[in-house]
Design a protein. Sequence first.
Length: 153
Amino acid sequence: MLAAAARFARLITAATDRAYLERRLRAAALTSGAWAVAGLMMLVAMIFVQIAVFAALLEVMPAWGAALIVAALAIIVAGIALLVATRRSRHEPLPRNDTVEALRRDPNTAAAAAMAPLADEALQATRERPGETMLLALAAGMIAGRFLRRPKR
């Protein structure tokens, strides 16, 4: 229970830290750029493979037949990729997250709502482990204090 509260406190602090968000954004941009370059290079490689298959088929059949076979193979590969992509993309839409808007509107109410599960867990654990309960309450108070001290925008 105490470890969960500490992790929750670190997550809230890290999520509100501007420098942390900037570092994450830079890392995401670098990763996106690397994926884009990899995709572009794969496209170029596939074009050269198609040219090589076309040239090989030209040795045994007319140009129109070789072009037709290469195009058919490309369409088949694209169709398989499309099927895989559509089957994997059928998922429930993500629920809308109104946390940021709620914090902007009323930070006190939003902080109280965020602390409610921790408070419930603390009340339940009071009878079982009073020492850990006090530390959990201290962590919850620190997190709530971080929200409540934010200036209104």
